[in-house]
Design a protein around this ligand. Structure first.
Ligand code: 3HC
Length: 690
């Protein structure tokens, strides 16, 4: 039974029971409908208490149903019946009350939440607007401004904040108990939200919300539509507002953006340890981090934030000072932004030690080496870790490119070694690539997944190859960008084309931020193994020779006069013309669409090769990597979800036409050919578990 009902004296209890999070699917809607019939058939009831579980009052409508047509009974009708019920309903909220869950609570006459509850209308993050009265009842209850804050961002609020804005009436550790003993007169003072007057119009708040949505969620339709609906609540009857809301909800849920956002939502939930390694993890309490630079300090902070003890190992006193300063900088910034409390900061400091003494990490069950990207440096460190840490401690290397198998070969038991590819800043970026060496043990891999869970990161398993999943795709993206640069486009044209597609910034501005020297060092490492038949474009090397390393040197692909905003640099355009002349390439104009096509098809083809070689386990994993590590627009669902909207036949056709210019670079991946031949999508051919 998805909904349970019972009666004690004059109190009726309606309890949602659809684990794990009480998603409101058809069975729950039917159960609620039957519960309403039952309530209406009872005599002498003083109240109906609606509750869920400790974890969730209700997480909202069941998004797994959104691909199909809606089936009655519909949630807005249930909400309307609760709202109109003669016996007052009281929402007793523990855990989350999100989306349709929040809308059910808004149908109740009275709302009590536990102090740890989270309440909100996150529909826009799934590409839809609230569809059961959220945009109409909430502003009537809390006013336009507070409703816009909640709905347009999709961010839930705490119980305290909910009480402050009047969304709930009060808090209790046991909301059901309080609801049961609440004085009937207190409930009777409240009226149904549907009978409240329209909220006062507030054009400043509406314009502010529009500007924020444009900045934070550009290109996304749902937030703008939600803002319009909330604004309309000030002028429309509840009935008309609800009708418009329902129409918008149903239209959006069928749309591409909602489809893509649902895909990435479920891909994120599905990012977990494969069954074959479940339960093999090492206990995590004390972790050693080697190297206190930007990456090491970010990792150390993330570990501290997850309650772990951290020993940070450095080579000399100077390194120790730098490590302490770097970690302290993050602690201070987090304090300033109120992300942590003073007590958290004290606890972090107490659990952190930077030292040159490897012996201080003798009890660590995991070490994460985050030193300079040099095979020699890493091998030396692994030798030291092997000497000082327990024999069964997992040894992880944080590397973006280096061969995990070669690093593993330098310790006696290579099964202890695994690769972790964190993304900078490591305490903020959500992606963690876990790199499986040819001998990595189940314990090593499972510890990586357990760590990701502890750090609230999204783990994606990758096989060993140059650049793993993400940087390998990035290399092709940059190569395709450099090719159009050589052949006629300017860096800012390339950037603009990709921003129009939905990236926050294009590949050249992104390089200016990360620094051109890093990719340069990597290219030098690859010199020995690069295919001599593949065209090499040296424009970025010329930039490094000229000292144009990016924002940090005041100039890269753009100039940054006075450290301020970017300015186009004609010298860079001249460099491309010069190199084209030397390479005897005839330059031509590229439209934004042509630029986009080349960069995207290049990445898709590489991703298809990565699947074909078994480096990534599924198309969804590639989507997660591109969205959470490389800024691919989330509302497009990730690289291969986007590819599936194009279709493999079209991709193949494009590859064949580009191959006429350069057959080596544009060789179609066997996976693209297979998808095209079978008429299947990447998601179908490379679903999880294949
Ligand atoms: N629909 C379907 N399944 C859902 C779901 C939803 N709304 N919310 C969560 N789930 C599933 C997850 O996929 C996962 O399934 P799995 O175990 O098979 O992988 C399971 O519930 C547990 O979820 P999490 O792993 O995410 O558990 P957490 O404890 O980390 O987080 C949560 C719980 C905060 C509820 C989080 O899942 C969440 O944010 N869910 C989405 C909430 C949301 O967006 N609601 C609005 C839905 S649209 C709507 O309500 C329309 C209405 O206005 C008409």
């Amino acid at each position: 039974m998805s909904v349970e009902v019972r009666r004690e004296g004059t109190v009726a209890f309606v309890t949602l029971s659809n684990p794990p999070v009480n998603a409101i699917g058809l069975e729950v809607r039917k159960g609620l409908s039957e519960a309403l019939d039952w309530v209406n058939g009872q005599n002498g009831l003083s109240r109906v208490i609606l509750s869920g579980s400790e974890r969730a009052f209700a997480a909202g409508a069941d998004a797994r149903e959104f691909d199909a047509d809606p089936v009655a009974p519909h949630l807005p009708d249930i909400v309307a019946r609760i709202d109109a019920c003669e016996t007052p309903w009281v929402a007793a909220i523990s855990g989350v009350a999100l989306g349709g869950g929040c809308e059910l609570a808004l149908a109740c006459r009275y709302r009590i939440a536990s102090p740890s509850a989270k309440i909100g209308l996150p529909e826009v993050t799934l590409g839809v607007v609230p569809g059961a009265g959220g945009t109409q009842r909430l502003p009537r209850l809390v006013g336009l401004k507070a409703a816009l804050d909640l709905v347009a961002t999709g961010r839930p609020v705490s119980a305290n904040r909910a009480e402050e804005i009047g969304l709930i009436h009060g808090q209790a550790d046991d909301p059901v108990m309080l609801a049961q003993h609440l004085d009937l007169g207190t409930i009777a003072l409240e009226v149904a939200i549907s009978t409240l007057p329209k909220p006062t119009a507030n054009s400043d708040a509406v314009e502010g919300a529009r500007a924020l949505a444009e900045r934070k969620m550009p290109n996304q339709i749902a937030p703008k539509r939600a803002i319009d609906l909330i604004a309309a609540s000030a002028t429309m009857t509840l009935e008309d507002g609800m009708a418009q809301e329902r129409e918008a909800f149903l239209a959006l849920r069928r749309g591409d953006q909602a489809h893509a956002l649902r895909h990435i939502f479920f891909a994120e939930r599905g990012a977990r340890a494969p069954d074959r390694i479940k339960g093999a993890e090492q206990p995590l309490d004390h972790v050693a981090v080697v190297g206190g630079g930007t990456m090491g300090a970010g990792i150390a902070y993330a570990l501290l934030n997850a309650g772990l003890t951290v020993t940070l190992l450095e080579t000399d006193a100077e390194g120790v000072t730098r490590a302490n300063e770097n970690v302290e900088k993050i602690v201070a910034a987090s304090l300033k932004r109120r992300l942590i409390s003073d007590a958290d900061a004290q606890s972090h400091r107490a659990k952190f030690l930077a030292t040159t003494d490897y012996g201080a990490a003798a009890k660590a069950t995991l070490a994460i080496e985050a030193a300079f990207e040099s095979m020699e440096v890493k091998k030396t460190i692994f030798g030291m870790l092997q000497t000082h840490l327990p024999a069964n401690a997992i040894l992880a290397t944080n590397t973006s490119y280096l061969d995990v198998n070669e690093i593993a070969a330098c310790v006696q038991d290579p099964s202890r070694v695994v690769g972790f590819h964190f993304f900078a800043p490591a305490h903020i970026m959500k992606l963690l690539e876990i790199v499986e060496g040819s001998q990595s043990s189940d314990a090593a891999l499972a510890t990586g997944f357990a760590l990701a869970k502890r750090l609230r990161k999204i783990p994606v398993l990758s096989g060993v190859c140059d650049g793993f999943i993400g940087n390998r795709i990035l290399a092709r993206y940059r190569e395709a960008a450099d090719t159009v640069l050589l052949e006629g486009a300017a860096p800012w044209e390339v950037d603009e084309a990709m921003v129009e597609f939905g990236y926050a910034m294009g590949p050249y501005e992104a390089q200016d931020l990360s620094g051109l020297d890093i990719a340069h060092a990597n290219r030098r490492r690859q010199d020995a193994t690069r295919d001599p038949n593949r065209r090499y474009i040296p424009i970025a090397d010329r930039m490094v020779e000229l000292g144009k390393l990016g924002k940090k040197t005041g100039a890269g692909w753009y100039r940054y006069p006075g450290g301020a905003g970017k300015v186009e640099d004609p010298i860079v355009a001249d460099l491309a013309i010069e190199e084209a002349h030397l390479a005897k390439v005839e330059r031509r104009e590229f439209t934004a669409e042509e630029i986009r096509e080349r960069l995207l098809i290049a990445m898709i083809n590489e991703a298809a090769d990565i699947l074909d070689e078994g480096i990534a386990a599924s198309a969804a994993d590639i989507d997660l990597v591109t969205v959470f590590g490389y800024g691919f627009p989330r509302w497009r669902g990730g690289l291969l979800a986007y590819a599936d909207t194009l279709g493999a036949s079209k991709i193949l056709e494009k590859l064949k036409s580009f191959a006429q210019e350069d057959p080596l670079v544009w060789t179609p991946s066997p996976s693209v050919i297979k998808c095209a031949q079978e008429g299947s999508s990447f998601a179908q051919l490379f679903g999880k578990g294949t």
